[in-house]
Design a protein. Structure first.
Length: 152
């Protein structure tokens, strides 16, 4: 845990400003020591790369209008062949290739769903929980937005 921000990721975590209307506001300042993560020294580069891929996959979904939200959705990963990681990568490659060639057809949504499910299966095979993936994605997404604002 970062001692500067007490694990909150916010260097200003214990400061509140009277808003003069009977309430208090809080100005969030990302901690410089931990970069806003709340932790020091721990990184999982494989998980970071996985969520980078997830970001691109979701962008592909947006490009082909796969933007429906299922509030009750729980990932049900699929495994290819004997469930080995190499086979899973090959299956993902095959589905993305198929999606490319059928992107303008009615079946693109079905292909995307399978592609996405196999990708989630890969995450499970790599030992990631859905909660870890979601947390890492949200952190990375915040960094991406910050970079965009700064013209990165």
């Amino acid at each position: 845990m970062c001692p500067t921000c007490n694990g909150t990721g916010d260097e200003n975590y214990d400061s509140y400003i009277d808003d003069l209307e009977g309430g208090y506001t809080h100005e969030v300042i990302n901690c410089e020591d931990c970069g806003g993560t709340g932790t020091l020294g721990y990184k999982n580069p494989l998980l970071e790369e996985y969520v980078d891929c997830l970001h691109f996959i979701l962008s592909i979904g947006n490009d082909i209008n796969m933007n429906e939200v299922y509030e009750d959705y729980e990932p049900k990963p699929l495994y290819f062949g004997d469930g080995d990681i190499l086979g899973q990568f090959i299956a993902i490659y095959d589905w993305i290739n198929s999606l490319y060639f059928h992107r303008d057809e009615d079946v693109s949504g079905e292909i995307y769903d399978l592609f996405f499910a196999y990708f989630l299966g890969l995450g499970e095979m790599l030992g990631f929980t859905w909660e870890q993936i979601e947390e890492a994605y949200m952190k990375k997404n915040a960094v991406n937005h910050e970079r965009q604002e700064m013209g990165y």
